[in-house]
Design a protein around this ligand. Structure first.
Ligand SMILES: NC(=O)c1ccc[n+]([C@@H]2O[C@H](COP(=O)([O-])OP(=O)(O)OC[C@H]3O[C@@H](n4cnc5c(N)ncnc54)[C@H](O)[C@@H]3O)[C@@H](O)[C@H]2O)c1
Length: 323
């Protein structure tokens, strides 16, 4: 199978690239090495893939519609896994236009390029649990109304879902939207809480705890998410939408404690007020993905954190020491 992965140098994208190559696929990755975090980190994510003759990296920006159309027309993929995005809720509040250009216009460029192919590819794209907004009722179901996003990032993901449906309706493009719930694990994005807190606790510095520590996130191990993406690629026939979560939310306080335990250190807490744009909880109902994709997240949180800490010691620590 020939698969185009956008955002292929990122945290989830590069993990997906490795999995697709291991499964025998031919993979082209698009990435612009956006400076949101160190491009050197993204290059090392692809170090192994780049040695594989079935892999090619195209450095381009999905805001450049001509370039996107050229890459898609040349490669003629069987499937497109569109993961490139400006990620992160808080920075989207400062840069709403940039988030819209990349996450919405960039997505439309890919949908348009896909529909120009004589044989329509399967189109799978990353949405987010943030589309559910701030709601007390849980778990979150795909049938819930999601008309009240509370950050430009969430609004951009909801807009991507709407455009994907529109292209399916107009052109018959098979599309699957995947609402990821807080991915974590090796190659973790450095702006995400687990990565930041691991570093702070390891260095004996206080962890800023926003709110009273009872906010909850449905942390999902990155290999489980990637397994869901691969299953969605295999089964993308019409218009689908799935939650890919763990369905087992963890409180902020418990997350900090788990990192401390994995590092063998006692966390110091710096209490702070809640942040605008943050939701109180995320909690996926995954019955639809289980029934239709055979999705079954399996890694317990403590085990996933231990694996992340191993990766952190082998990669981030050596990077900091300039080794
Ligand atoms: N990590 C999570 O917990 C999470 C949760 C929900 C949704 N998502 C979504 O999953 C996808 C992957 O997220 P991630 O955590 O791996 O983030 P990431 O930032 O590590 O990966 C995104 C990649 O997209 C690339 N990119 C950004 N702008 C681009 C542009 N204009 N042109 C080409 N490439 C561009 C970046 O360089 C990066 O390598 C994103 O769409 C994100 O919104 C992630």
């Amino acid at each position: 199978m020939r698969i185009l992965v956008t955002g292929g140098a990122g945290f989830i994208g590069s993990t997906l690239v490795d999995r697709l190559l291991a499964d025998g696929g031919e993979v082209v990755a698009i990435d612009n090495f956006d400076p949101f975090y160190a491009p050197s980190r993204k290059r090392s994510n692809l170090a192994v893939a780049l040695t594989n003759p079935r892999f090619r990296l195209v450095e381009t920006d999905i805001r450049d519609g001509d370039s996107v159309r050229r890459v898609v027309a040349d490669f003629e993929p069987d499937a497109i896994a569109h993961l490139a995005a400006k990620a992160g809720v808080r920075p989207s509040i400062e840069q709403p236009s940039t988030y819209t250009e990349v996450n919405v216009i960039g997505t439309v460029h890919l949908l348009e390029a896909a529909c120009r192919l004589s044989r329509l590819p399967r189109f799978i794209f990353a949405s987010s649990s943030s589309v559910y907004g701030d709601r007390p009722d849980a778990p979150f179901r795909e049938t819930d109304a999601v008309d009240h996003p509370i950050s430009p990032y969430a609004a951009s993901k909801k807009a991507s879902e709407l455009f994907a449906h529109t292209f399916h309706h107009l052109h018959g493009l098979p599309v699957t939207g995947l609402r990821f719930f807080t991915a974590y694990g090796p190659r973790n994005r450095p702006d995400l809480a687990i990565a930041k807190f691991t570093k702070l606790i390891d260095q004996g510095e206080p962890v800023p705890m926003f709110g009273d520590g009872t906010t909850r996130r449905d942390y999902t191990y990155v290999d489980d998410i990637v397994d869901g993406v691969v299953r969605a690629i295999d089964r993308c026939t019409t218009h689908h939408l799935y939650n890919l979560g763990n369905s087992s939310p963890i409180s902020l306080r418990a997350m900090i404690a788990a990192i401390g335990k994995a590092l063998g250190k006692t966390p110091l807490i710096d209490p702070r007020p809640e942040q605008p744009g943050d939701v109180r909880q995320t909690y996926a109902d995954i019955h639809r993905a289980e029934a239709e994709l055979g999705y079954a997240p399996r890694l317990p949180f403590a085990e996933g954190i231990a694996r992340y800490v191993d990766w952190y010691r082998a990669n981030v620590l050596t990077e900091n020491r300039g080794l």
